[in-house]
Design a protein around this ligand. Structure first.
Ligand SMILES: Nc1nc2c(ncn2[C@@H]2O[C@H](COP(=O)(O)OP(=O)(O)OP(=O)(O)O)[C@@H](O)[C@H]2O)c(=O)[nH]1
Ligand SMILES: [Mg+2]
Length: 215
């Protein structure tokens, strides 16, 4: 009887675990975001911003939400180590792509890399959130400006491919994904809207699990 009740209790209180990868160019603020998430959700606070060094490899962090555990993988964004990202694509349930909204000079490099991420077949159906970080800075571009900049960049790319190859390189799925892309503004440093981003992840991983179960 004890084992039966224990089993039932475990079943009712079990938490499903989802993996979320945090990617983006070096200095976008990925580790600052991860550490802020830890501070906001865990009893043990994450590292303060002045103790964070560039990531060589990965950092991890786990938070517990109702019936759900989110396991974060913050991957280094320097050019030479971006090639490790695809190794995480197969097992991830959501992708967070962080943009430094303050660094206008590196925006197109950021879009180039983002475009590569979007073309990975493993994450085609995976929820993807674009975060315009550093909104605390007076020089930061707003969410609308960031979205607009990406759409313009993308349009230029599609047109140049059409001119060069004379054909439509864009698939319907990809077009839909870009049209429905969610962009949110945050300050990882100050924690502004970080909870809203985590709520988005929580809802989207739950929804995609329900879709998987019913298919
Ligand atoms: N003003 C401001 N600065 C930020 C914010 N988030 C991060 N930074 C700063 O941006 C710099 C880079 O932050 P990191 O978190 O190390 O960036 P990263 O994306 O992890 O970089 P890599 O590990 O090299 O890929 C640091 O000086 C941070 O303090 C933010 O929201 N606002
Ligand atoms: Mg880092």
């Amino acid at each position: 009887m004890y084992h039966l009740l224990k089993g039932l209790h475990e079943y009712l209180t079990r938490k499903e675990e989802f993996s979320v990868i945090i990617i983006g160019l070096d200095r976008a603020g990925k580790t600052t975001l991860l550490e802020k998430i830890k501070t906001l959700y865990n009893d043990t606070p994450g590292l303060p911003a002045d103790k964070i060094a560039p990531t060589v490899g990965q950092n991890t962090g786990k938070i517990t939400l109702p019936s759900t555990i989110l396991q974060f993988w913050d991957l280094g964004g320097q050019r030479g180590i971006r090639n490790i990202w695809p190794r995480y694509y197969d097992d991830c349930h959501a992708v967070v792509y962080v943009i430094d909204a303050e660094d206008r000079e590196r925006l197109s490099e950021g879009w180039e890399v983002f475009d590569n991420v979007l073309s990975a077949p493993q994450i085609l159906g995976v929820p993807l959130l674009l975060l315009a970080n550093k909104q605390d800075s007076p020089n930061a571009m707003s969410v609308e400006e960031i979205r607009h900049d990406y759409e313009e960049w993308h349009q230029r790319k599609v047109e140049s491919a059409r001119r060069r190859f004379g054909e439509e390189s864009e698939t319907e799925t990809r077009r839909e994904r870009i049209a429905s892309l969610d962009v949110m503004g945050i300050s990882a440093l100050e924690g502004t809207d970080v909870r809203a981003a985590v709520d988005w992840l929580f809802i989207r991983v739950q929804n995609s699990r329900q879709r998987d179960e019913s298919s």
